[in-house]
Design a protein around this ligand. Structure first.
Ligand SMILES: CC(C)(COP(=O)(O)OP(=O)(O)OC[C@H]1O[C@@H](n2cnc3c(N)ncnc32)[C@H](O)[C@@H]1OP(=O)(O)O)[C@@H](O)C(=O)NCCC(=O)NCCS
Length: 394
């Protein structure tokens, strides 16, 4: 019999050790735990017990998610792990049940996570809501076009000097692009544990001297020449982002530059004289979203100009969400009218931030069409100007 309950503060470290072991990592060193323990919020750290022994854990942190035209309160799920000798006995299922009930009780319409494997979370109603790409460039063969955005200045700082500055710059962006989430103090403190000691920071300031972008990058020397891993690069606008890339691709002695977790629509190849020098070596799932309160979640975003469409949502894990929703530019209501489209809540997550259009999911077999005339309208309703991107690990 598995019991799930919220852990006391004195049990947080054991939960962290269990999670790290489940991911095949060693337990945290004291100083790393000190840096990252702030992410463990009392009441949101769940433990699963078997005969009084802790065998599984899942945590959520209080955050928000940018959705098209707005923001929504969201529980950020992380730290999910089950002890290797207790897997496939329903421990995760018990944790997910307790966690999603808790998220609902807190009035957060959405839960979100990054998944270690793509086969775990759909059964609990999560779906891929954004994707990212990895880009690799051979520095010597890269040149920027004359019409690529230009302006401002880049300066290099070490981590300690950048300490207070990066949160300020990130805060200044606002949580605006669909998929963006907040980064609180605990996040910034914890991230140091995951990034190498050798990381450097480049900050971009605009023509008026205001900081409007940064890159966290890590030069590594190796047999075939030095590689720079770009872990985090964000800017207010295309000029800041282009200048940060221009800077990194201009560092002497660097052979290769690898950009991790980049947005699918980043126009890096468009800025180069030879677009093939920007190799996209991976496209992967980024943020998984669970619409916990479908009505509130759908109401939190805006929709394009089109006739309203009645969509039937199926949700086996949280059946209170099941039923019809009339979605239109003027808002969203529950509806008992004949549904025009029908889909599982995990497929709705793929539409939620604009990563996919309903017509794509029809072809994928994930949306059923009852009224073919509604499909073009549904595409227009869910389409967004920007491709969603989270770009924040948690
Ligand atoms: C992933 C993990 C948490 C699953 O825990 P678990 O207690 O074994 O999961 P459950 O027994 O509750 O399984 C629930 C369902 O998910 C399925 N499932 C669980 N883990 C799965 C996996 N890794 N791949 C595919 N299916 C999986 C089970 O088969 C079961 O399916 P069912 O609903 O058809 O019966 C656990 O294997 C683990 O700790 N893995 C290593 C760490 C990790 O990857 N954590 C996730 C970080 S995002």
């Amino acid at each position: 019999m598995i019991d799930v309950r919220a852990l006391a503060e004195s049990e947080f470290r054991a939960a962290n050790d269990l999670f790290r072991r489940a991911l095949l990592h060693r337990p945290s060193k004291d100083e790393d735990w000190e840096r990252s323990s702030g992410r463990y919020e009392l009441g949101r750290v769940l433990g699963a017990f078997d005969g009084g022994e802790l065998v599984g854990t899942a945590i959520a942190t209080t955050n928000e998610l940018a959705v098209p035209g707005g923001r929504v309160a969201a529980g950020a799920v992380t730290g999910v792990g089950v002890r290797a000798d207790r897997t496939r006995r329903g421990v995760l299922r018990g944790l997910m049940r307790a966690q999603l009930d808790d998220v609902a009780q807190r009035g957060e319409p959405v839960a979100m996570l990054h998944a270690s494997e793509a086969t775990i979370y759909e059964r609990f109603g999560y779906g891929v809501a954004s994707r990212h790409r990895k880009v690799e460039l051979e520095r010597a063969r890269v040149a920027f076009r004359d019409d690529a955005p230009r302006g401002g200045q880049v300066r290099v700082l070490d981590w300690d000097a950048a300490g207070a500055l990066l949160p300020e710059i990130y805060q200044g962006f606002g949580v605006h692009r669909p998929g963006w989430i907040g980064r609180d103090e605990a996040w910034w403190s914890g991230v140091r544990q995951y990034l190498g000691e050798g990381c450097l920071v480049a900050v971009h300031a605009d023509e008026d001297g205001a900081d409007d972008g940064f890159a966290v990058y890590e030069p590594k020397s190796g047999a075939g020449g030095a590689t720079v891993d770009v872990h985090d690069l964000k800017g207010t606008d295309a000029t800041a982002v282009a200048e940060l890339w221009r800077f990194i691709l201009g560092i002497d002695l660097v052979g290769r530059v690898v950009g991790h977790v980049r947005p699918l629509d980043e126009p890096l190849e468009w800025w180069l004289t030879d677009r093939r020098r920007c190799e996209v070596t991976e496209i992967d799932d980024d943020l998984w979203v669970r619409l916990v309160d479908v009505l509130a979640a759908l109401r939190a975003r805006t929709y394009g100009a089109a006739e309203p469409v009645v969509v039937e949502v199926r949700d086996a894990f949280l059946p209170g969400n099941e039923g019809g929703y009339r979605i239109g530019p003027d808002g969203v209501e529950r509806s008992t009218a004949e549904p025009q489209l029908s889909l599982d809540v995990s497929a709705l997550a793929a539409l939620y931030l604009g990563d996919q259009l309903p017509s794509t999911l029809v072809a994928a077999g994930r949306v059923e069409v009852r009224d073919p005339a509604s499909l073009a309208a549904a595409d227009r309703l869910f389409a967004t100007l920007e491709t969603p991107w989270c770009g924040t690990g948690f």
